[in-house]
Design a protein around this ligand. Structure first.
Ligand code: SF4
Length: 395
């Protein structure tokens, strides 16, 4: 594929002109946020935007309808949320959100700032496409299956598989060399890519990078990585503390809810499933968080129908949308028309009130289906004659 348009991924310094106003995307390497940074985002959303923080499928956040871009950049800069004006759009790093708390075979937390620092210190990598995604998986397999370009996957506490184009390259690297090898692979991708934005678009791209770096693949490759459940609810950490996984309705966090979350004063991770993880709580504090924030709309029940649905921006944020899909899907959830069980059937020409869909589903305002999650998902798409339902594997 040859690109005819320039990479237009938005950032803080280059806003996207959405139909409902300027949109800013703020990169959060590893999805990590300090409580004071979440508070800054909440205040910016309320003072300068539409009052909500949108969570993205790369563990970043977006603010819509920004009225004063300079003021936003100043506030984010003061909160360490804009550490580079040259590299802001290339800091796309997803990492296992609960690494080091429980599960996994390695603790990848230290690798996140090391990779971010190394990226920002490489002048030519400022020209990486904004769509390039780095993945750091602690071995549990939660982020290696997200279609990254350059990644590592722990195979032991000290050793990582190098992933290229989302698949095991066969190369193994010790933890002390993981960031160095990822950076070298990023440089080589930049050298090879021409007009391409993603590594999988380059013929034999992974093999060419391995050869150019003089790396030696092993013969045993890891299996492709399957999608995993979103971490929702109460999790006991190895150190006796508690992590809470919280779902966010349609990935839009109201500023007021964010302020209450920040008041818990614990580390926060925005996950690539548009949810949150709040960690290092004692049991009493965890119970208080659930007691206060569940009535405000955060989801701590893994069986909630809200966790089955995702939606694109729709109207009024996107001029291509045929309807306000987010309002339509919200109606379907609150009216009990979304259920976990059953077999979805293909249908078309449906009014909003006629839609009843079981299982995981993505609602879109047109056929582009922006933001569709990977995996087994039914499509609910607004067509000229009404909604069309397409189960996975059909059409
Ligand atoms: S799927 Fe269509 S309507 Fe929805 S955000 Fe993308 S372009 Fe807009």
């Amino acid at each position: 594929m040859t690109r005819s348009a320039p990479d237009s991924c938005p950032g803080v310094l280059r806003l996207h002109q959405a139909a409902d106003g300027p949109l800013a995307r703020i990169r959060l390497p590893g999805g990590r946020l300090r409580p004071d940074q979440l508070l800054t985002l909440a205040e910016a959303a309320r003072d300068l935007g539409d009052g909500r923080i949108e969570l993205t499928s790369r563990g970043n956040v977006q603010l819509r309808r920004i009225g004063d871009a300079e003021e936003l950049a100043a506030r984010l800069g003061a909160a360490d949320l804009l550490p580079s004006r040259t590299h802001e759009r290339v800091r796309n790093i997803v990492a296992s959100p609960l690494s080091g708390r429980f599960g996994g075979v390695a603790d990848i937390r230290e690798l996140i700032p090391r990779l971010d620092d190394a990226l920002r210190a490489a002048p030519d990598l400022a020209e990486l496409p904004g769509r390039v995604l780095f993945t750091l998986d602690d071995g549990r397999g939660d982020v290696s299956g997200l279609g990254g370009d350059l990644g590592i996957h722990a195979v032991s506490a000290q050793d990582y598989a190098l992933l290229l184009g989302g698949r095991d390259s066969g190369v193994r690297v010790p933890d002390v060399r993981a960031v160095e090898v990822l950076l070298a692979a990023a440089h080589e991708f930049q050298h090879l890519r021409g007009e391409q934005w993603r590594l999988h678009e380059i013929p034999d791209g992974p093999a060419r990078i391995v050869a150019a770096l003089g790396l030696e693949p092993t013969t045993e490759l890891l299996e492709p990585f399957a999608p995993q459940d979103i971490p929702i609810g109460w999790f006991d950490q190895d150190d006796g503390q508690v992590s809470l996984g919280a779902g966010v309705r349609l990935g839009a966090l109201p500023a007021r809810t964010a302020e209450f979350l920040a008041a818990a004063d614990r580390p926060i991770v925005v996950t690539p499933w548009r949810s949150l993880a709040l960690s290092d709580l004692d049991e009493w504090a965890a119970e208080q968080v659930v007691r206060v924030l569940a009535p405000m709309g955060l989801i701590f029940d893994a069986a909630s129908p809200w966790l089955l649905v995702t939606a694109c921006a729709g109207q009024p944020g996107c001029a291509k949308s045929r309807t306000d899909v987010r309002a339509d899907v919200a109606d379907a959830v609150t009216e009990g028309r979304i259920s976990p069980d059953g077999t979805p059937q293909p249908k078309q020409g449906l009014s909003t009130a006629e839609i009843t869909v079981p299982g995981r589903q993505h609602w879109s305002g047109c056929d582009r289906r922006c933001g569709r999650p990977r995996g087994h998902v039914t499509d609910v798409v607004a067509a000229p004659d009404g909604y069309r339902i397409t189960p996975p594997g059909v059409g």
